[in-house]
Design a protein around this ligand. Sequence first.
Ligand SMILES: Cc1ncc(COP(=O)(O)O)c(C=O)c1O
Length: 407
Amino acid sequence: MTDTDPTPEGDASVEAATSAGAGAEAVDAEPELDRDGTSTPVPIAEPELSDDAIERVASILEAGRLADGPEVRAFEEEFASYCGTADAVATANGTTALHAALEAIGLEAGDAVITSPFSFVASANAIRLAGGTPVFADIDPETYTLDPTDVERVLGERNDIVGLLPVHLYGLPADMPALCELADAHDLFVVEDACQAHGAKIDGRRVGEFGDAACFSFYPTKNMTTGEGGMIVTDRDDIAARAASYVNHGRETDGTGGYEHVALGHNYRLTSVAAAIGRTQLERLPACNRARREHAAYYDDRLADLPLETPTEPANARHVYHQYTVRTDERDALESTLSEREVQTGVYYETPIHRQPAYETVSTAAASLPQAERAAADVLSLPVHPGLTERDRRTVVEAVRDHFTTQ
Ligand SMILES: Cc1ncc(COP(=O)(O)O)c(C=O)c1O
């Protein structure tokens, strides 16, 4: 894996704020201690909160403005600027971001939207919540993201598709150049599910810049967190205005709303406390992503000779390793070896969405999607979060190597 990002992220002050640092030197220089002085498992995820976050939250609490307010507006502006979009609308979580974005785009009952079957269920649920029908295309077995060739097959078979909802899974962008070309050719909207990919790039552009809208989650396991939280980014004024209204009970968005409700809406607002945490997390994101990439490179080097597949990073992409996911046909055995060695792992996702019980009644879910089904049986994610110590990642590598070499 090489860092193909032409624009190095962050600056020295951001770097210094990250406990894991970014370079090999910084990580290797860490003392040989257990993570908190005791013998604890290596966690699969760990939020990286700074003192700064605590101070900012304290100042919000002191000011007493807890719900929506200027702190949320400031977070929206900073997040839009990071993503390179004109607008951002904060929401209560990633699921509500996806739902509100689809409502703002004007999805209508029965509209069919192509998405990935190999994702967290919220990707497809959002389409259903907005009244649409999710239609699944298969994934590319190397990137685990929507395969444009299979999307094209589905477009050839159906004439009711109005949009694409690709998922940037594990921190790797879907093939947006190819998917956007298909969307243009078939006059489809694109909503990016970027819930796992804050800061990832393809063709030198950040995720969020490609679709009509893109949605992020700030759940604690994500590359940045607000506890619960989400964000819609968009360059389209009409989508930004309708989404901002939808998340605020259908009020006008110029602040004159009061108890006048011009459209159907919801309370999907983010709190000021969450926004305060988010602003500090956004400052740390570039350094945290660099630390994730450095851990991934460490694993790539040390696992390359084993009979397992390490993650792919296409030459035009910059992966941000929300997950470092390997695949092997002895996934369950590897998972139990690692558990015995106190290394936490995760299976994302054991059941593809079209095989979920909640999708039994969705007729479009009956399709056979062999790549998604195979991936669900083979994938295992190893700890890759920025808080990993040198000792943690060595423990991970030794445990994986021992599994394959001492049988
Ligand atoms: C790909 C994907 N989409 C949507 C979501 C939903 O985000 P949230 O949990 O913040 O509602 C998640 C969160 O796990 C996700 O990973």
